[in-house]
Write a protein that binds this ligand. Structure first.
Ligand code: ADE
Length: 225
């Protein structure tokens, strides 16, 4: 998979890709991530990427031309399956969207800033709009990092244990069950007996029950899906 990220703040985005699982995925060539600074595609001496709104109103709007130049340049070299715009009015990210995106070959992610982009950017180039939740961030960069993390860990080979993404919370619309490690007793709290029993079928049943109970208590909305 190849991810091209268009941003005005590449420095804000880089560190999540320089540590842990994402770093290893990149080093193992399971994913390529490239950053493109929108200011490199400006047409004036001031390197402007935004301007005031037609019709008036507070806040600046990202102009269509630098974004067009950047996306068009990328498209000269390869076809993209999706051009994703990070925006609070997009579809809310969930595991199902992460699964779908993880199956793509080449994607572009555009990070918004200020009030957002000129509507013609969305009309001309964007194929998918994603929000990471019902709150407003200062820019799309942190959203893009969240999306990339959720997607990259699903690429086969990225996680050490191939099954571990499949047992994550949300993969079957259930939250994950409680988990334990050593010691067996800590401050009087004991690991449930069944987990020490070595009885695989009983353990599996206990985990399913716990996952269901936890989902019912915390996220009953997931059970309606
Ligand atoms: N940009 C600003 N707020 C955002 C959000 N909630 N999700 C994605 N991108 C954003």
């Amino acid at each position: 998979m190849r991810i091209d990220i268009i941003t005005v703040l590449p420095e804000l985005l880089k560190s999540p890709f320089e540590a842990s699982i994402l770093k290893r995925a990149i080093e193992a060539n399971l994913v390529e991530v490239h950053f493109h600074n929108l200011r490199d595609y400006t047409t004036d001496n001031y390197k402007s990427i935004d301007d005031t709104q037609f019709g008036g109103g507070a806040g600046m709007v990202m102009m269509v031309e630098p974004i067009d130049k950047c996306i068009s340049k990328l498209k000269e070299t390869r076809n993209y399956d999706e051009v994703i715009y990070m925006t609070p009015d997009g579809e809310t990210l969930n595991q199902s969207i992460a699964n779908q995106v993880s199956l793509k070959e080449n994607i572009i992610i555009l990070c918004g800033h200020y009030k957002g982009v000129d509507q013609r950017v969305r009309d001309l180039f964007i194929t998918k709009e994603i929000s990471i939740g019902d709150y407003v961030l200062s820019g799309g960069e942190l959203g893009a990092a969240v999306l990339c993390d959720a997607v990259i860990r699903l690429i086969p080979g990225v996680l050490g244990n191939e099954t571990s993404a499949l047992t994550d919370s949300f993969q079957d619309n259930l939250l994950a069950p409680p988990i334990y490690t050593k010691p067996r007793i800590y401050k009087g709290l004991e690991v449930p007996e069944v987990l020490l029993s070595g009885h695989a079928a009983n353990i599996e049943r206990w985990r399913e029950d716990q996952a269901y109970q936890r989902t019912k208590d915390r996220r009953p909305d997931l059970l309606d899906k």
